[in-house]
Design a protein around this ligand. Structure first.
Ligand SMILES: NC(=O)c1ccc[n+]([C@@H]2O[C@H](COP(=O)([O-])OP(=O)(O)OC[C@H]3O[C@@H](n4cnc5c(N)ncnc54)[C@H](O)[C@@H]3O)[C@@H](O)[C@H]2O)c1
Length: 246
């Protein structure tokens, strides 16, 4: 039985990935901040392991990986936060917090897991970026910078850790009606405007992201490394669709 360790797994996209991995036969390490929430989700899976840790804290991450036992076959660096506001007024503390969770946290967990994967002969790392890591968005300055950093860090992992048998890729979700974006999409006009802006004509759901993660984790992606796959219904390529020639 393969093991998938998922950070930020207690809610939103992480929980959807955990359920999909469970259905796919993985033993799932459920890493998140609140022990009771990790236990609740892990307990609902066939082989879930609750792991309470903060991705910013290398000691708690090491302890979580020790508790998991053998090296994870797959690590999904999914934990993330969003702080919005105009860059001109962005509090320095908020900027640092977003970078610590969304970028430093990816490095901390990946390094700890990669050392174990190297000793075990290989593994797969999937880092959660965002279409905001590819294109900036108003009022999301720190988030954009961190998610762009995740893409660069993923490429770096792929060239440095390939020799250890480790593949590293990033996933860049678009307009997903789940997790941190769910409250935003409760507004019907926002839902309609954004859904209509997507070439595939709808908002994404958490399962769309989870299935891409399972593909990248699988041997079907055995020769894919250093890539960022947008799960966005085509929206990042649609700027000129908004500004037709005629
Ligand atoms: N939902 C979207 O529309 C969307 C779009 C693009 C990218 N993403 C990315 O997907 C990932 C999951 O987001 P979501 O929408 O499910 O959000 P969410 O808020 O529902 O879930 C994030 C999870 O991360 C956990 N977390 C936060 N800080 C942590 C820390 N320091 N240590 C450990 N866990 C921590 C939270 O407790 C939570 O369970 C994030 O990286 C986010 O940036 C989401």
């Amino acid at each position: 039985m393969k093991t998938m360790l998922i950070t930020g797994a207690a809610h939103g996209l992480g929980a959807a990935i955990a359920r999909a991995a469970d259905s796919d036969g993985y033993r799932v390490g459920v890493l998140d901040l609140v022990a009771e929430e990790c236990e609740a989700l892990a307990g609902s899976l066939s082989a879930g392991v609750p792991l309470c840790a903060d991705v910013r804290d290398p000691h708690s991450v090491e302890a979580a990986l020790d508790a998991l036992g053998d090296a994870p076959d797959v690590l999904v660096n999914n934990a993330g936060i969003l702080r919005t506001g105009p860059l001109i007024d962005h509090a320095v503390e908020d900027f640092a917090l977003v970078m610590q969770v969304n970028l430093n946290g990816v490095f901390v967990v990946a390094q700890s897991a990669a050392r174990r994967m190297r000793d075990a002969g290989g593994g797969v790392i999937i880092n959660m970026s965002s279409i905001n890591g590819i294109h900036p968005s108003p009022n999301c300055g720190a988030y954009v910078a961190a998610k762009a950093g995740v893409i660069g860090l993923t490429q770096q992992m792929s060239i440095e850790w390939g020799e250890y048998g480790i593949r590293a890729n990033a996933v860049a979700p678009g307009f997903i009606d789940a997790g941190m974006s769910a409250p935003f999409y409760e507004n019907e006009s926002v839902r309609n405007n954004r859904g209509n802006a997507v070439p595939l004509g709808r908002l994404g759901v958490a399962e769309d992201v989870a299935q891409c993660v399972l593909f990248l984790a699988s041997d079907a992606a055995a020769y894919v490394s250093g890539q960022t796959i947008a799960v966005d219904g085509g929206v990042i390529n649609s700027v000129l669709r908004q500004l037709p020639r005629e």
